[in-house]
Design a protein around this ligand. Structure first.
Ligand code: NAI
Ligand code: MG
Length: 396
């Protein structure tokens, strides 16, 4: 039997993960779940939001199903540390970013697909005052370990760094007069290896699932070195290995503008870390937002994968007696996990059940009813998290 590492994390992560496991059981997926500690609680108690024992569990079992974690700013992180840990010079860093980097989970896939009948679907005005509801079906590949999220950054950079930067004529000209203690620098580093891997994953996905285009969504005309390298490599790869797939090149800013104009035109998109994050949130907004946005983080070489909804721990909803958040993003993430471990039939069964519940329209969480999230939404007719799970299970 399969062993899955369950990583509930904080806040609503705990709620939606439990519901996903209930659904997986009902759908006939047989697995052992071993619990992995992760999140804010372990930062406060142990000074480490990603304890080594959790890393060991993932290394052993390879597949993780993850809820969400809470991250707080630097000062709060320090203040909430257990008193005996305060003198140890510990610095908080996000356990998700830590997981990605530790296991080289550099391929992040975020699919966004329209569900028929979802009241949150994007609609737009067409010719002659008609209303159109374009069907979105995109797969966004986000490089997950480098770029602006690589963590190579300084405020008041050390002298060697400053000296090295001064050798660049543009730095000298534009920033050379700035006192070093007033400089904050975050680097955007791309390697050929990781760029090749994310591009390859995108093209392979397009080929496997019959998408006709791959869109590189960067800014090569301005960010010439990193985006420029990625574009050049994409062109070479397309020409050499994927002549049947079109390569489109859009700039991230323009892409966000076109998002609502013609989202149905796009198939696979690929981008660096930051722009991938942005464009995937943009597309997720067209198909229902955070209650629907799922993701996979994969290292294709080691076969390690962690699957999670895009949303965070939503602390304001975490302590409701009856949970009101939408578990579908978590369910979809569980389906991506099933695809990854070749349990495609169960994944497809669950997706069909979700589609049926949404199309029937009788059971809707508060976000789908456009309510603001308050404890009384269930009294007013919204489904609770558990009721949504029950409905999907009934539709299996
Ligand atoms: P969030 O995603 O937790 O919540 C933002 C808002 O989105 C919520 O107030 C709620 O209105 C809505 N929402 C989120 N999930 C929903 C769901 N399943 N159903 C219905 N509505 C939902 O983001 P926020 O408030 O910016 O961050 C809260 C905490 O989560 C922070 O500590 C942040 O660092 C962390 N976070 C963690 C992530 C992760 O674990 N992958 C990702 C994003 C934020
Ligand atoms: Mg995000």
């Amino acid at each position: 039997m399969r062993t899955i590492v369950s990583l509930p994390g904080d806040g609503i992560g705990k709620v939606v993960l439990e519901e996903a496991i209930r659904l997986l059981d009902a759908a006939g997926f047989e697995a052992n779940y071993v619990h992995g500690d992760i999140g804010w609680e372990f930062w406060c108690k142990e000074g480490d939001p990603l304890p080594q024992r959790t890393i060991d569990l993932i290394a052993e079992h390879k597949v993780g199903l993850f809820g969400a974690i809470t991250s707080k700013p630097k000062d709060d992180a320090f203040n909430e540390l257990a008193p005996e840990l305060k003198s140890k010079g510990l610095v908080y860093s996000s356990p998700i970013v830590g997981l990605r980097q530790h296991f080289g989970l550099d391929i992040c896939l975020r699919p966004c697909r329209t569900y028929k009948g979802n009241p949150l679907n994007f609609i737009r005005r067409g010719a002659g005052d008609t209303i159109e509801e374009p069907e979105v079906d995109v797969a966004i590949f986000r490089q997950n370990t480098e770029g602006l999220y690589g963590g190579v950054e300084w405020s008041n950079p050390p002298a060697q760094v400053h000296e090295a930067l001064m050798t660049h004529p543009k730095f000298k000209k534009n920033f050379g007069d700035c006192p070093v203690e007033e400089l904050s620098i975050s680097t955007r580093i791309f390697t050929k290896k990781a760029t090749e891997r994310i591009l390859r994953a995108a093209f392979e996905h397009a080929k496997k699932y019959g998408y006709k285009s791959v869109t590189l969504c960067e800014k090569p005309n301005v960010i010439r070195e990193t985006s420029g390298m990625m574009y050049k490599m994409a062109q070479q790869m397309q020409k050499a290995d994927y002549p049947q797939i079109e390569l489109w090149n859009t700039n991230i800013d323009a892409q966000m503008m076109w998002l609502t104009k013609n989202p149905e035109t796009y198939g696979v998109l690929v981008a660096g870390n930051m722009f991938g994050d942005i464009v995937s949130d943009g597309f997720a907004g067209l198909i229902g937002g955070l209650g629907f946005a799922c993701s996979a983080q994969i290292n294709p070489e080691t076969g390690i994968g962690v699957f999670e909804p895009t949303h965070g721990s939503a602390p304001k909803y975490a302590d409701y007696d009856t949970s009101i958040v939408n578990p579908i993003a978590m369910f979809e993430s569980a389906c991506m996990m099933l695809d990854f471990i070749e349990e495609k039939e169960i994944a497809s069964k669950i997706r069909k059940a979700i589609a049926k519940v949404i199309e029937d329209g009788k059971v809707r969480t508060y976000d789908m009813m456009k309510m603001s999230g308050r404890p009384d939404v269930v009294e007013k007719g919204a489904a609770s998290t558990q009721q949504m799970t029950d409905a999907v299970i009934a539709a299996l």
